[in-house]
Design a protein around this ligand. Sequence first.
Ligand code: ADP
Ligand code: MG
Length: 279
Amino acid sequence: MITINHVNKSFSQKKGKSYTALDHVSLTIKKGEFVSIVGPSGCGKSTLLNLIAGFEQVSSGTITVNGQKVTAPGADRIVVFQEHGLFPWLTVLDNVAFGLKQKGLSKKERYALASEQIKAVHLSKFIDRYPHELSGGMKQRVAIARALVMDPEILLMDEPFAALDEQTRFILLKDLEEIWLKTGKTILFITHNIREAVMLSDRVVVMATQPGRVKKEFAVQAARPHQSSDPLIHALENKIMEALTDELEKVVREELGHAYSLKKNAISNSAADHMGVGI
Ligand SMILES: Nc1ncnc2c1ncn2[C@@H]1O[C@H](COP(=O)(O)OP(=O)(O)O)[C@@H](O)[C@H]1O
Ligand SMILES: [Mg+2]
């Protein structure tokens, strides 16, 4: 279980000023839960993930994993980034097996475990390929296999599919859901794609900006595997879009000037359009 308790994070800026990236963020993620965070760019999503990963330190408040205070990276938490970060000179098999060296396993054992995870991401046919011979989606599959092979309790994913086209993204999210259902990992997934968040998650957390904070949480109570045709999923997408519209407007205003405003319902459709009034 990840417990984030009144976490503040500020960064020092020029002239001794400080910038509040996270303001009293509290959130609990249960073991085995799939939670997504959505929010406009700059609202502190990556900052929060980096704090949980132990890459950065909180300014105040606490983050614990199973009761242990997070102060540094640990083998129980592995991060998957938008940039796959594969070694270009290693094959798929060697990329996935690489991290296992620190576990003191034999080469045979490392390859056996790596092959198993490569199979789980449907890349067995490409096990001897090099990264430059793979599509963007396949590279992200390797990155996921490389994280899973270490068998962490928690996967922290920071917009892992953001650079992929819509179709590839959809297939990958279905496969990730399947992996999650099989392995029972705890997953914290950051995205700015609402559909992706709802399709994957048990719970979607909407963050607000300036300063970055938790605005609202939505439980996704649809049957697994989630179906995009499920009216519950569809209605929730609209609700989350509504919750985000104010925040997006704030960001655009910051860029274009304060006279800017989004037309009401410019982005979202009311849930009632799809569900029938009164549902
Ligand atoms: N190391 C840093 N030093 C100074 N400011 C930072 C640093 N990291 C992030 N920030 C600022 O904190 C805010 C939140 O950033 P980030 O967490 O990357 O947002 P998001 O991932 O939601 O787009 C941004 O305004 C960003 O400029
Ligand atoms: Mg980010």
